[in-house]
Write a protein that binds this ligand. Structure first.
Ligand SMILES: [Zn+2]
Length: 71
């Protein structure tokens, strides 16, 4: 007795715009956690942001935990 079965293969297409948005979010997050020294907040705060480095201090432990050089 022969057994038959049907195999269904679904192709999932990821929209290019969704991939681009996720890539942009990843890039900003990667920069904020790994490299920011006040550059992001300086867009709003000006030169004071380089001295205060709020974002750097906020992500400092995560930066060290993920292995980025800091100080
Ligand atoms: Zn550090």
């Amino acid at each position: 007795m022969a057994k038959t079965f049907q195999l269904t293969k679904a192709q999932v297409k990821i929209p290019i715009i969704a991939a681009a948005v996720l890539l942009a979010v990843f890039g900003v997050g990667f920069f904020a956690v790994g490299f920011d020294q006040g550059q992001i907040f300086s867009l709003i705060q000006g030169q004071d942001a380089y001295g205060q480095m709020y974002l750097h201090e906020m992500t400092h432990d995560m930066r060290h935990a993920s292995g980025f050089p800091c100080h």
